[in-house]
Design a protein around this ligand. Structure first.
Ligand code: SAH
Length: 232
């Protein structure tokens, strides 16, 4: 199975604080409006079926449901999903949260989602290409996919590991393993290999002075997002 239990456990242990905007999950809360707007501007999610792969406690899933998407969230962590289900109740949103490897869902329900999102998750799995190909299979022809992850180069080591985990302490030490980071060219190759078309690729930068994140089209050195489409 394409699941690293040690990676999943990292998120199980933090799950209770998922919705605390001052917790380890502060960066996900901070980037959420940016990525939700970006996804919506490409895919117009209202009324569409959307699968959020590696949804965790549901920060993006809820933002998509608030915009009118019919959302299914998938994760392999039990506690993040329990938190996600409770929070959806509080938010009065109907979201279907499931604990299942994305590869088996792809076997069971091919071509059933208009939109597939997979954010900040690929760098935690043993075989990211397998997740991408499962996402491609789950997407309807003509549908939209959105991936995000972290680039692999000396700067991303300095910013995403040393900076974020050791200096600024935005994330707990050991959250990320630099070797699992994915270069944009590698992500694009896996996207094409899954018979998808590569779309807009944007960087996401963080200014530690203003504590602001921004989407930019000139700097994919550290965090970045990639849109894709399934032909059809
Ligand atoms: N996508 C969410 C959460 C990112 S944290 C967001 O951006 O807000 C990474 C998530 O990936 C965690 O919830 C973790 O449990 C999940 N994960 C790790 N390996 C996984 C796998 N093989 N299958 C499904 N989810 C996985």
């Amino acid at each position: 199975m394409n699941v690293d239990q040690a990676e999943v456990k990292k998120f199980e242990d933090l799950a209770a604080r998922w919705w605390d905007p001052d917790s380890e999950f502060a960066p996900l809360h901070a980037i959420n409006p940016l990525r939700a707007n970006w996804i919506d501007s490409h895919a117009q999610v209202a009324g569409k079926t959307l699968l959020d792969v590696g949804c965790g406690g549901g920060i993006l899933s809820e933002a998509m449901a608030q915009r009118g998407a019919m959302v299914t969230g998938l994760d392999m962590g039990e506690k993040p999903l329990a938190v996600a289900r409770l929070h959806a109740l509080e938010s009065q949103l109907e979201i279907d949260y499931i604990q299942q490897p994305v590869e088996t869902l792809a076997e069971e329900q091919p071509e059933s989602f208009d939109v597939v999102t997979c954010m900040e998750m690929l760098e935690h799995v043993p075989d990211p290409a397998s997740v991408i190909s499962a996402c491609a299979k789950l997407c309807k022809p003509g549908g939209y996919l959105f991936f995000s992850t972290i680039n692999r180069n000396p700067k991303s080591y300095a910013f995403a590991i040393l900076g974020a985990e050791y200096v600024l302490k935005l994330l707990p030490r050991g959250t990320h393993d630099w070797q699992k980071f994915i270069k944009p060219a590698e992500l694009a190759a896996a996207v094409r290999q899954a018979d998808l078309l590569v779309g807009e690729t944007l960087g996401m930068t963080y200014n530690p002075i203003t504590k602001q994140y921004k989407l930019v089209n000139h700097d994919v050195d550290v965090n970045y997002l990639m849109a894709a489409r399934k032909p059809g």
